[in-house]
Design a protein around this ligand. Sequence first.
Ligand SMILES: [Zn+2]
Length: 418
Amino acid sequence: MISAQFRSTIVSRTLCLAAASACLAVASPANAWDPASPDANCTAGGKAFSGPPAVVVHTAEMDGFGLAEFFQMLQAISDIHDVVGNVADTSMAITSSSFSSDPFTYQTWYGDTTPTIHVGFSSSAPFPARASRNTSAACTYDEAHIEISNQSLYPWAFGEPEAEGDPFWDAGKWPGGLHSFRLMYLHELWHTFGVAHSDHSYSIMNKVDRPWHNRPAGEQFQPLPDDVEALRELYPDSRGDSFHIALLNTWHDLADPIGDAISHKMLCRPSIGNGWADFWDASRLVGAAVDDGLDTCGTPVQGDGTDVCPGDTLRTRVAIANYDTQSVDMALRMWFSVDDVWDGVAGGDVRATEVRNFTVNAEAASLQGRLFTVPDLAAGEYYVIAKGVATDAGGSKVNDWIPLRGTVNVLSPLACGN
Ligand SMILES: [Zn+2]
């Protein structure tokens, strides 16, 4: 296995030799993603589909799906295909999807000569789902398989979080308590596109939790910037507009490897505290990671630190994903709202006075741990909503917001000693 650093050097040199004038543009590729079939002689250092694939869903081995679940699964597949087709600056898309009654056996290849992803089901699969490519000596391939455990063996959650009973901003891998089919399917598709697990970047190719986005229905599960970068390097194109950001409630933990990946965790809840606690929510951990037992962003002062007074310093964490091919200048503010929707000043939401400014690199994400002063608020429970405005080099702006996890309870003036 060639290390990511070594491979990225090979890629740079190959490209520079091939076109000296291109050296400036590719001298230091971030290469925040790993190819599933590394080959320094191939596009972006890995093997790739010869073109955008069609998906064939094999029904012969399906078991345990009720009619409603079957249609929910088709909707999930259709939504995720649309998400792929809407990624800017790549030619990758799912060209069509169809059914077949032909039997499916994982890695028993059909010998496709046009790009095809076969999706099949199993009641004896060793994993909830897995994917592989029929790679040859050439740099491109035309066939990939995704095997999914049957509903009778491993029940899936097909809907987006709200449909499964969880708010999108508080959902990870298990909305409603079941493994998200949408999360799994996008992850497996990325494997078929030629992308391996990531043990070093903020990616859907991590394991355990992954973030849901503040987007319309059908679009709430999305690839992250490093995943998009992989498609842009493997399947370049100038489609669409890449200037887009997302504020998210997860991060990857470099200190918590799982096989060839690292774990991805829900972020801590905003709180006051004497110092910073771990960035993640320990109460949601799966497995045996070392943690401090806290799910709040501050080390405890009293209670869990979510009973606050105006003037207190609130510790917050939020991830900012920049999908643009250029770095963006961010202005981050923190709002307090009686509901989990950002309504602005006109809608009665109140913002902390601070504006936190920083840069997020092109096709990258940034975990921000920031302090904000609790504004003068009436006693009661408030959602803490992070809102960020990104400005590109040309002065254009885009924004996004997300309620941070949990709520804070603003105490009465009496309790606050006023
Ligand atoms: Zn995987």
